[in-house]
Design a protein around this ligand. Structure first.
Ligand code: F6R
Length: 242
């Protein structure tokens, strides 16, 4: 596990965008694993800027998002598909048909999970997986107690995650308690993983992930076992490291 501590969230975003840019330079048709949430927003803004300046092209890139809310249609404003369209895909030269997000309205969600695994495999696996980190140590929506070998599946969100994500929903709006998420086993198959965490609120989870025992109590701690992980954090998120 390589740990990079940078002064602030902007520096973290620039570092992550450069890792993605280098991956695409190595292989134009790279397969990227992508995350939603607040943390990667600056990274996506950086990528958009680099595409605008002609330094980067996503023309042949394929992407797989980590997760989606079960029960939200793709065009629902709070769906992760909408999030990706709004914050990345509609601003870059990616072929929309090459962007995959789990289907939150699948008539057979279990089959949709199995199909998602097959689609990742058919694409040749994920070259670079971008991750955020939940305050409770989750990656994707693999909440504490998730099996460390889990595959894409339906997962109930913990009350902590529901509360953390309530900021994205209006008070009177339906907020799903279920998700479809890549499993921890799925994530670990990515050839390279870049995890981003910024801000003081992530400091305990960062400490547990890097210095704690490998345990389902902190799903991100399993990343200690992966041969090619870069954890990119700002000083605020690093403050509980010993
Ligand atoms: C999002 C995801 C989640 C987030 C995590 C951190 O696709 O998989 O694991 O990365 O909840 O969210 P933020 O960045 O909003 O703190």
């Amino acid at each position: 596990m390589k740990v990079i501590i940078l002064p602030d969230a902007q520096a973290v975003a620039e570092y992550a965008a450069t890792q993605i840019q280098q991956q695409i330079a190595r292989r134009a048709d790279s397969v990227l694993g992508l995350a939603t949430g607040s943390t990667p927003l600056h990274t996506y803004a950086q990528l958009i800027e680099r595409v605008r300046r002609g330094k980067l092209s996503f023309r042949a890139v394929r992407t797989f998002n980590l997760d989606e809310y079960l029960g939200l249609a793709a065009d629902h404003p709070q769906s992760y598909r909408s999030f990706m369209d709004q914050h990345l895909f509609s601003h870059i030269d990616i072929n929309r048909e090459n962007t995959y997000v789990p289907d939150g309205m699948a008539t057979d969600p279990q089959q949709a999970c199995a199909d998602y695994e097959l689609a990742i495999r058919a694409a040749g696996g994920i070259d670079l997986q971008l991750l955020g980190l939940g305050r409770n140590g989750h990656i994707g929506f693999n909440e504490p107690s998730s099996s460390l070998g889990s595959r894409t599946r339906i997962k109930t969100l913990t009350s902590a995650t529901i509360a953390d994500n309530a900021r994205f929903f209006h008070a009177d709006e339906f907020q799903p308690h279920l998700s479809i998420t890549m499993g921890i086993g799925t994530i670990l198959e990515a050839r390279q993983i870049t995890l981003l965490a910024t801000g003081e609120s992530k400091a305990p989870a960062v400490q547990a992930m890097i210095e704690g025992a490998i345990s389902a109590a902190c799903p991100a701690s399993i990343l200690q076992m992966h041969p090619n992980v870069t954890v990119v954090i700002d000083e605020a998120a690093a403050q509980q490291l010993k």
